[in-house]
Ligand binder design. Structure first.
Ligand code: F6P
Length: 545
């Protein structure tokens, strides 16, 4: 592939940017009453409106040319086929296989079709769900399991937590699921202090089974169980593990019958579709879990087959590149208008930033263009009273995704209309803005200083996407997450980076391991730079005083 910035596709976008930059979206809407129809797409009941972007039809053509230039079609096929696209770790990235396995279209890894293995683990998940939900599975003293604690971090926490929070209306009320991720003891202590060891099941979710935070919390949980059960036999009734590292799980003391396997070709942040989703399946039931997989599988098929200009993840990715690489927008905000989707931006933050926060390309060279944006956000209504000021009037361009269901769990039409009115108003305000003429008209009655009038101006022309769908259900949430996963993949392809490793998290982990023993005595240390030494020595001083 020729150097990205020198490619004709990139150069054409550069020239196009110069023409588009001064154009206001207000005028684009005035000129074309069909802009919404032209720039909106649908998959199942999810409507994706991208008309409030700084684009014309020509922009879309030029952006899809960039995708063609990157060989995107071949790269999509390579991912679905199971080629080792995670080149640094020499592995495929086959989260898509996890949600398509029941169709049994063969996918080979090391010359073996992986569908039978995926389906075998799915059957085990189904059986286990039934045992827990029906109460057949009993704790060490013969009581039913009423609480589940998922101990994991990163993808092994955020995936199940985000999905289960979204799907609370589907949750079994007799089994409460808790999530512990932080190695701060407060997290595990505050969780288990309200629970009984006799009725609690711990799911230790860790791909590697070596993650310091997870293993530390898992040991605390085991100790808590032992304090009460006084017999290691109780572990088999109260601990299950989800991991690719069976040896480490068995060393920890969890029996092989209690291990739910997954595979190194599933990235941690793409793993909720694997056994990592066990807590989801137990809580919402296996049938609903398969709907979650189905929703994602529908998007996989759309992503594989739709032409780029009507392919939702491709369009999402290209718009992101348009702002990231041509408008120099450093970040992208995710703004759900549903309380149940409150962890969605946290989830996408890991998925996107751990995937595309890279500066070395797939040839080992430094990139000379921007890669992954900063992904941030929170529930839209709360964000409106926190950071929307900056999005509307600040000096930074922040493209936004607005996400809302037409129905919600507690349907009071008046209250939901208020929520939805805000979901609709914010993108319109961002797009339209407010001119000085409008301000003068509104405040014509009273005399106001110039600074007051100027501060009431909204430049507008600030881009956003809107996602609107019927309700948050398993299928829709599966589809939504898969749309973002593929958006991330497409961007990685165009930037020519490996979206499936995460080497950048290793150095800090390694250093932390070496610092732990240094904190376990009162001796001043001098083994680091003077800043770290100073902090460690001050820590020791205030701990001992
Ligand atoms: O942050 C690094 C990371 O490896 C993530 O990719 C992963 O989701 C998380 O740590 C947890 O890893 P594991 O599931 O192996 O405990």
């Amino acid at each position: 592939m020729p150097e990205l910035k020198k490619s004709p596709a990139w150069q054409a976008l550069n020239a196009h940017y110069e023409r588009i930059y001064p154009v206001h979206m207000r005028d684009l809407f005035d000129q074309d009453p069909h802009r919404f129809e032209k720039f909106s797409l649908q998959i199942n009941d999810i409507l994706f409106d991208f008309s409030k972007n700084r684009i014309t039809e020509e922009s879309l053509t030029l952006l899809t040319n960039l995708a063609d230039h990157s060989g995107l079609k071949d790269q999509i096929e390579a991912m679905f086929r199971g080629d080792p696209i995670n080149t640094t770790e020499n592995r495929p990235a086959l989260h898509t296989a996890l949600r398509g396995s029941r169709q049994n279209t063969p996918i080979y890894v090391n010359n073996q079709d992986i569908n039978p293995e995926i389906n075998r683990v799915l059957s085990r998940i189904e059986q286990f769900c039934d045992q827990i939900r029906s109460g057949k599975w009993r704790g060490y003293s013969g009581k039913k399991i009423t609480h589940i604690v998922n101990i994991g971090i990163g993808g092994s926490d955020l995936g199940p937590k985000t999905v289960l929070t979204a799907l609370q209306p589907y949750a079994d009320e007799n089994i409460k699921v808790h999530f512990v991720s932080n190695v701060d003891q407060a997290s595990i202590i505050e969780t288990i202090s309200t629970l009984s060891p006799e009725t609690t099941l711990f799911i230790i979710a860790s791909k590697t089974f070596t993650t310091q935070e997870t293993m530390t919390n898992a040991h605390s949980a085991r100790q808590w169980l032992m304090n009460s059960a006084k017999n290691t036999h109780a572990i088999s009734k109260h601990f299950v593990a989800i991991s690719t590292n069976q040896t480490a799980v068995i060393d920890f003391g969890i029996a092989s019958d209690n291990i739910f396997e997954f595979w190194d070709w599933v990235g941690g942040r793409y793993s909720l579709w694997s056994a990592i989703g066990l807590s989801i399946a137990i809580s919402i039931g296996f049938k609903n879990f398969t709907q979650l997989l189905q929703g994602a599988n529908d998007v996989d098929n759309h992503f594989k087959n739709a032409p780029f200009e009507s392919n939702i993840p491709v369009v999402m990715a290209l718009l992101g590149i348009w702002y990231n690489n041509f408008f120099n927008a450093a970040s992208h905000a995710i703004l759900p208008y549903a309380h149940s989707l409150r962890y969605f931006s946290d989830y996408l933050q890991q998925c996107d930033m751990e995937s595309n926060g890279k500066s070395i390309d797939r040839n080992g060279l430094h990139v000379n263009y921007e890669t992954g944006p900063i992904i941030w956000g929170q529930s839209g209504p709360n964000g409106q009273h926190a950071f929307f000021q900056l999005i509307h009037q600040g000096t930074k361009l922040v493209p936004c995704d607005f996400i809302a269901p037409a129905h919600n769990r507690y349907e009071s039409p008046d209250q939901h209309a208020i929520l939805l009115a805000n979901f609709l108003a914010q993108p319109e305000a961002l797009m339209q803005g407010q001119t000085i003429e409008q301000v003068k008209k509104e405040f014509a009655q009273n005399k106001h200083p110039r600074s007051f009038l100027q501060s009431k101006i909204f430049s507008g022309n600030r881009p956003s996407n809107s996602f609107l769908f019927k309700e948050v259900n398993p299928k829709t949430i599966g589809s939504l997450i898969a749309l973002y996963e593929h958006k991330i993949f497409v961007q990685g392809c165009i930037w020519n980076i490996n979206s499936f490793d995460q080497m950048g998290v290793e150095l800090g982990k390694k250093l932390a391991r070496s610092i732990v023993p240094e904190l376990q005595n009162n001796q001043p240390i001098s083994s680091h730079n003077c800043s770290t030494n100073g902090l460690i020595n001050y820590y020791k001083k205030i701990r001992s005083s």
